[in-house]
Ligand binder design. Structure first.
Ligand SMILES: Cc1cc2nc3c(=O)[nH]c(=O)nc-3n(C[C@H](O)[C@H](O)[C@H](O)COP(=O)(O)O)c2cc1C
Length: 348
């Protein structure tokens, strides 16, 4: 099967419950049925960031492959990088189903999965089993269990465990479905966690993933804190608890984090604000509502060196990866920009 053929099946997938469809997608990927994109990336899309070389800036955001079960087939779809996780120290089942909802009319998703995952030991075993070198960059996203969490103990333990097996590590303190998690974005809590993580000693770049619901006036202190603690970059952003007036889908009242098109504007505005504050001191990863080359380009111009998507991929399927890359390369040519790196932050 080719990515285009796999994408042609997406309307069929939309007829079943969203989490069932997600399970099928992972199974198809693991069985090698999603196809691969063998075409080389346009050299203009290459990006040096975090001390790593990305063949293209497009990544799969955390949460799609929580257990690192399909890293290789996902990279073969043409992603420049894949972020596996969120993994927690111990396995946990997450919230009761249904907990994943498509807002078709809004090109959006609401989820309250609650970090369902097989736990750290299984995650590490999966990463160890991967063939090296991988055909792209691998990130590992870590979080804490719902019960019995001690963030100042758990995050450093998780980071040290995954760092030898991944190219970068993401400290996720911004998922809305683990009670209290977002409070860890408070300055004092985050400082204590980052001190304990000790990013400079980890040997791999550490990213911190933020929520789009942070107050604008909280950002300057967080940026300085992250720079001061040796954090390499920020992922902006996770899902939002906001429910924009524009939502039309019957599912809009479901509890959980909203992602996809309605998140684009807010997450890009926050990204731009972070770029203004951080300048080149932090690598910024733009996530939220990306579904086209133009969306990805907007993130880059706002300050992102790298871009991630989840919801757009859930709607568009495997063929979207190639399409976004082709559109992005065409936009660079249109604007006379030789390398994507030259466009980072030009509109910040
Ligand atoms: C079903 C689902 C599960 C997610 N799980 C995680 C997760 O485990 N860890 C995480 O950091 N982000 C998680 N996210 C957030 C995404 O990584 C991303 O930041 C967010 O969805 C915004 O991007 P998008 O608009 O392209 O989906 C999840 C998103 C969705 C839709």
């Amino acid at each position: 099967m080719t990515p285009a053929f796999a994408s042609a099946l997406m309307p069929l997938m939309r007829r079943v419950d969203a989490e069932t469809a997600h399970g099928w997608a992972l199974a198809a990927l693991r069985a090698g049925l999603a196809g691969r994109d063998a075409a080389p990336d346009d050299p203009a899309l290459a990006m040096e960031a975090l001390g790593l070389r990305f063949a293209n800036p497009l990544g799969l955001a955390a949460g799609f492959d929580k257990d690192a079960a399909a890293v290789l087939p996902l990279l073969r779809l043409g992603f420049g990088f894949v972020e596996a996780g969120t993994v927690t120290p111990r396995p946990q089942g997450g919230n009761p189903r249904p907990r994943l909802f498509r807002l078709e009319e809004d090109r959006a998703v609401i989820n309250r999965m609650g970090f369902n995952n097989a736990g750290l030991d299984s995650f590490l075993a999966r990463l160890r089993d991967l063939p090296r070198p991988l055909p792209g960059v691998l990130g590992a996203n870590v979080g804490v269990n719902k019960e019995g969490a001690e963030p100042e103990r758990d995050y450093p333990m998780l980071c040290r465990a995954v760092a030898p097996l991944a190219d970068y590590v993401t400290v996720n303190i911004s998922s809305p479905n683990t009670p209290g998690l977002r409070d860890l974005q408070g300055e004092d809590r985050l400082r204590a966690i980052l001190r304990a993580v000790d990013a400079p000693a980890l040997g791999k770049p550490v990213l911190v993933k933020l929520a789009p619901d942070l107050a604008d006036d909280a950002l300057p202190a967080l940026v300085e804190l992250c720079v001061g603690q040796g954090v390499a970059g920020l992922i902006i952003s996770n899902t939002t608890l906001a429910r924009p007036e524009t939502l039309r889908s019957p599912q809009r009242g479901e509890a959980g984090g909203l992602s996809g098109a309605p998140l684009l504007e807010r997450s890009t505005a926050m990204l731009r604000a972070a770029r203004r504050l951080a300048g080149p001191r932090l690598v910024l990863v733009g996530a939220g509502g990306v579904a086209s080359g133009a969306d990805a380009y907007a993130k880059v111009k706002a300050g992102a060196s790298l871009v991630q998507l989840y919801s757009g991929f859930a709607y568009g399927g495997p063929a979207l990866v190639r399409r976004i890359k082709d559109e992005l390369a065409a936009l660079l040519r249109r604007d006379g920009v030789a390398r994507l790196a030259d466009a980072v932050g030009v509109e910040a």
